[in-house]
Design a protein around this ligand. Structure first.
Ligand SMILES: Cc1cc2nc3c(=O)[nH]c(=O)nc-3n(C[C@H](O)[C@H](O)[C@H](O)COP(=O)(O)OP(=O)(O)OC[C@H]3O[C@@H](n4cnc5c(N)ncnc54)[C@H](O)[C@@H]3O)c2cc1C
Length: 410
């Protein structure tokens, strides 16, 4: 008897199809971005992806997606992350996908028809505005308010900070306090806001440490600071009912964490491949770098980290397929993948020497981008705090911490 690591043939086939798609279409198309406008690259790429049935991987078939379950989706996302055009080509890019997930799960028929449909069709983009200067890791510190104005509208006032892709979005999910007297986690609601809107004013895209690439302004926009002043939102645009904003936000962030992890595995894999391609060609002091044990050790460390990262995702996917609670594993994996990708890219830069530090490979850009992974969707320390509490709880309940340390099924 053994654990069956054989991937079901259907999932394997779709992974092969996506792998081919990324390697043969997306990665070569990246070069075109140097000379062509984004629409001329992404438009035809998306049309081709769709024609091959590669579109919105986890979205149910009745909504036009591929209807993949957690395992097949994880395998697909682990391929897509190798190219900056991968997820975009199949309309499964963050932050849009997590918001699509929220509207799909909690939207009314009207909201699905009016807002979700164009998102799923790839005609529109959406951003998520939760964080404020006053409140990030502890989102319950949000100050933005939503006050009902008769039965027709809510009026929102406040500010938001680091709303990714707001400047390229056609709509935003905005969280605001609807009931200051409710229990802490029931005070907030989420609204679908159509953009542009005079009440939702992008003050600036916040300059940050990530190196910009061609078309980033249109591809991802920036991370915007937003002034919300007398923003009128129709009551029909309240998503999921009053007081449910916080719970819905956590649900979307949970998927975002996993998707980041999957893309991080893919990115780390590409970085390791690049490192090996380099050291198998480059000689110093009369010997190929690949033949140096010190270099082999560096590659071994990266391979080990990638192996752990992959196994974590497969274990989480397995639990998700069975409908089991994945919160503890998701937090552990979120931290691990954020550090893993940083470490592997760092090693790849080191082995490329000055070339790695230059902008002639994507490594430098990735290095500056992935640093944010330790902050977004909850910083390391907040996840560690939760993980640690669960470890103690498990010990108190079972006399061993195993169930909180990946051992619940083992
Ligand atoms: C690239 C990027 C994209 C983002 N995109 C979005 C987006 O689209 N929408 C959105 O709403 N937000 C977004 N954010 C915001 C992100 O969710 C917050 O930055 C994150 O939640 C941390 O909040 P903060 O920055 O206010 O840090 P704070 O809450 O001020 O925390 C600062 C630091 O304090 C430490 N800390 C906090 N709490 C604890 C604790 N309990 N115990 C120990 N240490 C602790 C951590 O080290 C933490 O990094 C984005 C951020 C970045 C960097």
């Amino acid at each position: 008897m053994s654990i069956d690591f054989e991937i079901p043939s259907e999932a394997k086939a779709i992974r092969e199809k996506v792998r081919k798609w990324v390697q043969e279409e997306c990665i070569p198309a990246e070069k075109e971005l140097d000379t062509k406008p984004l629409a001329e690259v992404l438009g035809p790429l998306r049309a081709k992806a769709r024609a091959r049935g590669l579109w919105c991987p986890w979205v149910p078939k009745e909504y036009g997606g591929m209807g993949l379950g957690p395992l097949a989706n994880a395998l697909v996302q682990m391929e897509l992350g190798e190219s900056m055009l991968g997820a975009l080509s199949m309309n499964t890019q963050g932050p849009d996908d997590a918001s699509m997930m929220t509207i799909l799960a909690h939207g009314t028929e009207y909201q699905k028809e009016k807002f979700l449909k164009p998102l799923l069709n790839g005609d529109k983009r959406i951003c998520f505005s939760m964080t404020e200067k006053a409140a990030g890791a502890d989102a319950t510190g949000m100050q933005t308010t939503a006050v009902k104005d008769g039965n027709e509208n809510y009026v929102l006032n406040g500010e938001k900070w680091f709303s990714s892709s707001a400047s390229v979005a056609d709509m935003a999910l905005v969280m605001a306090k609807t009931d200051p007297n409710a229990p802490r986690h029931k005070q907030y609601s989420t609204f679908i806001v159509e953009l542009p809107n005079p009440g939702y004013k992008i003050k600036r895209n916040v300059a940050n440490m990530a190196i910009e690439g061609p078309h980033d302004d249109v591809l991802h926009g920036g991370h915007s600071e937003i002034e919300i002043r007398d923003l009128k939102v129709p009551a029909d645009n309240l998503l999921g009912g009053e007081g449910n904003g916080f719970a819905m936000g956590q649900h979307r962030l949970a998927y975002g964490r996993l998707r980041h992890g999957m893309h991080n595995v893919a990115k780390a894999q590409r970085a390791l491949d690049m490192a090996v391609a380099h050291v198998t060609k480059r000689s110093t002091f009369g010997k190929l770098l690949a033949d140096r044990q010190a270099v082999q050790f560096m590659l071994a460390d990266c391979a080990s980290e990638l192996y752990i990262g992959r196994l974590m995702l497969l274990h989480i996917a397995y639990k998700a397929e069975k409908g089991l609670d994945i919160r503890q594993e998701n937090s552990i994996a979120k931290i691990f993948h954020a550090h893993m990708v940083h470490k592997v890219i760092d090693t790849a830069i080191q082995l490329h020497g000055a070339l790695g530090f230059s902008q002639y490979t994507p490594l430098a850009k990735w290095y500056t981008q992935v640093r944010s992974q330790r902050l977004v969707d909850g910083p390391d320390e907040v996840h560690k705090w939760k993980i640690g509490k669960n470890v103690i709880k498990a010990f108190r309940e079972h006399g061993t911490t195993a169930s909180a340390a990946g051992g619940d099924l083992l």
